[in-house]
Design a protein around this ligand. Structure first.
Ligand SMILES: [Zn+2]
Ligand SMILES: [Zn+2]
Length: 133
């Protein structure tokens, strides 16, 4: 079986990774914790089995902040530039789609925690589009 590879990394270039496009799912999450972690209206994470993920550089540069009293809630980011980086556990990997250098070659499966979305979240149609600025 051949699968397409995706590549990603942080802004400063210390951390890079590759993965295969065999996702379990691709979710946009609108929960309040994901807003905090991402600094924006929602997270966009690709989930896959650990065997399909590979650090290429800087794995020891990634800080895993575990939220006290919230089992499993972790924020993983580059220790130098602060970019969100993949979270790797034995059970699987979540890749923040915004950290990719390439297309994920897939669209999101669904939006979760939609009822928790920020009250200030406008529809995309309402926002002025500017090609380059
Ligand atoms: Zn970095
Ligand atoms: Zn969330």
């Amino acid at each position: 079986m051949t699968t397409e590879k995706i590549h990603g990394g942080c802004l400063c270039g210390a951390v890079t990774y590759a993965a295969e496009t065999v996702y379990r799912m691709y979710l946009y999450c609108f929960c309040s914790r994901c807003r905090k972690k991402s600094g924006t209206a929602h997270s966009a994470n690709l989930f896959l089995d650990t065997q399909y993920f590979q650090w290429l550089s800087g794995e020891n540069h990634v800080i895993n902040y575990r939220l006290p009293d919230a089992n499993g809630v972790t924020n993983c980011f580059c220790g130098t530039c602060g970019c969100r980086m993949p979270r790797v556990t034995e059970k699987g990997v979540s890749i923040p789609a915004g950290s990719l250098n390439t297309s994920p070659h897939a669209g999101p499966d669904k939006c979760i925690y939609w009822d928790s979305r920020a009250p200030w979240l406008p529809s995309r149609e309402e926002i002025q589009k500017v090609a380059d600025s």
